[in-house]
Design a protein around this ligand. Structure first.
Ligand code: C5P
Length: 239
């Protein structure tokens, strides 16, 4: 069962502040995307990585990956395709680039550059064992409230407090039986902002999604503080 990883990396990263597209920003001198590709390539199961670049930046991303080729395991092929308007569209464009013999697909955010290989392997193994869709996830530290969103600056009313013990924060890589993920992308409309996670699309097909333990270091680099944390994790790994 050949396994490939699709890395959507076409986001602007506006919440991180002004600057280059998020995936191209450096963590301890190395672009986040390179860390993310290496995190996927670190798994012996992964023989192909498809990077979905900003639509106007595919050549730049290709050049960057070539520059870091020496830092990748030889068994891993890395392909670059241009991305779309939303994460969902970018993932679809990545799936379209997969060769026929790939039957297991990981979808991994470029914005989660530090996911440990054991987490990647656990996801792959669960799919190879027969689960159609697998997500790594962690229990929540914070209590979560559902609100009635307001745009007029007034305080937002709380609508509900879901029971925290039943909630999980999901990470990537999310793993899929390829045929099911392709069907989800053909069935679920890409309207509005699109889906924020692929497993949610599979749920809408009525197919089961299961959880495996996630890892603290698989956190998503979203806001400026996350950059500080990511660089501290890297420094600790090198120590
Ligand atoms: O915006 P968010 O943090 O949810 O983005 C998650 C991942 O999806 C990031 O790696 C980002 O680069 C990617 N993305 C994309 N195409 C878009 C928007 C986001 O590939 N149009």
């Amino acid at each position: 069962l050949r396994t490939a990883a699709v890395i959507p990396a076409a986001g602007r990263g506006v919440r991180l502040g002004p600057g280059a597209p998020k995936a191209l920003r450096a963590l301890n001198g190395t672009p986040m995307l390179i860390h993310a590709v290496r995190a996927m390539a670190a798994s012996r199961a992964v023989s192909l990585v498809v990077v979905v670049a900003p639509a106007d930046g595919a050549a730049e991303v290709r050049a960057l990956l070539d520059e870091y080729e020496h830092a990748m395991p030889e068994r891993t092929e890395v392909v670059v395709v241009p991305g779309g308007e939303t994460r969902q569209q970018s993932v679809k464009l990545g799936l379209d680039a997969l060769p026929e013999d790939v039957s297991v697909v990981l979808v991994h955010d470029a914005a989660r550059p530090l996911v440990p290989v054991d987490t990647v392997d656990a996801v792959v193994e669960a799919v190879r064992d027969g689960a159609p869709a697998v997500v790594p996830a962690l229990p929540l530290a914070d209590t979560v409230k559902q609100v009635e969103p307001r745009t007029d600056g007034q305080p937002e009313p709380v609508v509900a407090t879901p029971e925290r013990a039943l909630l999980r924060a999901v990470q990537t890589p999310q793993g899929f039986d390829r045929a099911i993920l392709v069907r989800a992308h053909e069935t679920v409309p890409a309207s509005g902002e699109g889906a924020t996670d692929c497993a949610g699309m599979v749920e809408r097909l009525g197919e089961p999604v299961v959880v495996v333990p996630g890892h603290e270091e698989a956190f998503k680099v979203t806001r400026p503080l996350d950059l500080v944390l990511a660089e501290a994790v890297l420094a600790r790994r090198r120590a």
